[in-house]
Design a protein around this ligand. Structure first.
Ligand code: FES
Ligand SMILES: [Fe+2]
Length: 410
């Protein structure tokens, strides 16, 4: 209790529009409270549907230090469980696999169906109600080819998000895609430093020359343009009217998005896709009939992002794994029917691989400085408004009690 009231005091002290005080980035105690509360209520992007496509297939993934099994049951419905046996708690599965009949714990061979219900165990005493011995469920949901899971998230939240995200994900053919490449970028920093970085482009010109060379948008979100960004606004409007696929269900990406949004904008500079020279790296995806040079961004803050070019898409998974550890996993998707020979993987991954590798370096340098006794919060610039909003929502979320009241233990 002393611990939670101390956190309340810390939250109350934070200055709106400034970065947080040191313990929010370094403290094991604060991370532990977040992990059991506010972070447990968030949704995470755990997989692409192709990783768990058929009935009987299952994957094992970690969320906030908890091992989860995500399985497709015999009805084709996705199910999620803690990877914890109801007998004496053993891990049940170690790796992804396929099990037509369900899971058997390797310790004493208790078995469970694909929907998590108890199936069989030897030598149980009489009178045990085995209906009470199913695997403990976690909420999971498939949406537009993405597999989302949470420890304590509210499915109604995802239902509200669905009309915004799903039509665009389907338009881009995400459900019919396959993973053509995946790279991991484990970052030695608190998840807030990762997200603060991810949501601002103030650092783009100093840190990301490649990104700035590809994305015309960087000239607006990466510095204050002389004309206040009006030229870019006009360019986006003209692109949307004259070049963008008119059959897309997505509109222009909103400037000041809520915690979730979907929308399109042009890469610019005549580029067809997010490659170094702007030339395609794979055949068209989804319902696109021609290259229109747009990129669609999908976001469900804080941790779920997808960027879809015309010929490939990038799935960003961000997973807090410790007080000062965060996993960032990028997966590049192409149409499943496209052969390996038709995809230029190196050119496809170039932009986000080089950019994320740079981000890992700058975030870890940020974390090193934040550990110093000299660290003090600083003001966010006008180019860090999305970062400031996320930090504000986080403080509001935890002070609303999500992670510092009794909710944490439920
Ligand atoms: S712990 Fe799983 S069967 Fe005993
Ligand atoms: Fe960056």
């Amino acid at each position: 209790m002393g611990q939670t009231s101390a956190l309340r005091e810390w939250v109350a002290r934070q200055r709106p529009g400034w970065s947080l005080e040191q313990p929010f980035y370094t403290s094991e105690e604060i991370y532990d409270l977040e992990r059991r509360g506010w972070l447990a209520g968030q949704w995470y992007l755990l997989a692409h549907r192709s990783e768990v496509a058929e009935s009987g297939s299952f994957i094992v993934r970690e969320v906030l230090g908890e091992s989860l099994i995500i399985a497709r049951d015999s009805e084709g419905t996705l199910r999620g469980f803690y990877n914890v046996c109801r007998h004496r708690g053993s891990r049940i599965c170690d790796a992804d696999g396929h099990a037509a009949k369900g899971f058997t714990c390797p310790y004493h061979a208790w078995s469970y169906r694909l929907d998590g219900t108890f199936r069989a165990a030897a030598a149980l005493p009489q009178g045990i109600d085995t209906r009470q011995l199913g695997l403990q469920a976690v909420p999971v949901r498939e949406m537009g080819g993405m597999v989302f899971a949470s420890l304590k998230g509210d499915l109604r939240h995802l239902e509200a998000v669905q009309p915004v995200l799903e039509p665009g994900l389907r338009y881009h053919g995400i459900p019919e895609a396959r993973i053509a490449a995946r790279r991991s970028y484990p970052i030695h920093a608190n998840w807030k430093l990762v997200m603060e970085n991810f949501l601002e482009c103030y650092h783009c010109f100093p840190a990301h020359p490649e990104f700035c060379s590809v994305m015309r948008q960087a000239e607006v979100i990466g510095r204050v343009p002389a004309d206040g960004g009006e030229a870019w606004q006009r360019e986006v409007q003209t692109w949307f009217k004259e070049e963008a696929d008119p059959d897309s269900p997505l509109s222009i990406r909103p400037d000041f998005p809520d915690a979730y949004s979907a929308g399109r904008f042009p890469i610019g500079k005549g580029r067809k896709t997010q490659s170094r020279d702007g030339e395609p790296v794979a055949p068209l995806m989804g319902r696109l009939q021609r290259f229109d040079g747009g990129v669609s961004g999908f976001r469900l803050e804080p941790f779920i992002y997808v960027m879809a070019s015309n010929d490939h898409a990038v799935m960003f998974q961000i997973l807090p794994t410790g007080a000062e550890r965060t996993d960032v996993i990028l997966s590049w998707l192409v149409n499943a029917s496209v052969s390996a020979a038709e995809v230029d993987v190196e050119r496809m991954i170039w932009l986000w691989d080089v950019t994320t590798t740079q981000d890992k370096v700058i975030i870890e340098r940020n974390a090193a400085g934040v550990r110093s006794r000299a660290y003090a919060p600083g003001p966010y610039s006008t180019l860090e408004s999305a970062t400031a909003r996320l930090v504000g929502r986080y403080l509001q979320g935890i002070s609303a009690g999500d992670s510092i009241s009794g909710h944490a233990e439920q």
